[in-house]
Design a protein around this ligand. Sequence first.
Ligand code: PBE
Length: 267
Amino acid sequence: TEEANLGEQMDYTITGIEPGAGLTGLARESLEVYDNLEGWELQESSTAGMLTQLEQAIQNEEPIVVTGWAPHWMFERYDLKMLEDPELALGEEEQIHTIARTGLENDLPDAYAILDAFNWEVEDMQEVMLEAQDTPFEEVAADWIEDNRDKVDEWVAGTEPVNGEAIQLVSTPWDSERASANVMKLVLEEQGYSVTITSVDPAIIFQSIATGEADASLAPWLPSTHGAFMEEYGEDIDDLGENLGGAVNAFTVPEYMEIDSIEDLPS
Ligand code: PBE
């Protein structure tokens, strides 16, 4: 039948990303949640690998299912749709949070206040991500700050500049978090901090903040994507709350595929 054909064309495989991504964990669980996905496999590789396979499939108008998320430029570049997820296996809307080691508020109160005030919109993050496709993140972040001085002024309001105090940000390797980390790095540098960004797996974000090895991160996606890490380390972490709302994870397919829901995938 046409349905079985569709499954065979995709080799009953969902094209995934890094094994350490929160989304990969959710996608693995989804295979258990949906009966029709019994026999399907999650191919774990890398974000770059997933995007290459997506591009190739679209060029050949072939079916493909990838583990997708927004904000991401894949939705600007291609006609894609997120499959409905009636069981909410990939979670609902996600918020991106700012977290800090428990001593930071005491040690660097002004940096803490800036981190606490930091919040922006999906459109802001997307603008930085899109431009960073052909310009280094540092440059794009500097431009964004120039164009959005009023927002930055709000984040630093009431704080005093410092003289070279070191602050260590940890972030994840995805473009969304490279965008926020690079903007925050420059904002803190303007205030006199000496800032490093270390890019690590989500698990290490939580571990390094909980142990106090790193100072802060703007990268956690909650409640679902990194929820398991928050459960494990949350007691030893200062959660400063949401810095961006409206992020989302979804099994994602090209618009030309005639399915709308995870439940439409052939078993
Ligand atoms: N992501 C993008 C990451 C967080 C940001 C959804 C691919 C993940 O850990 O799954």
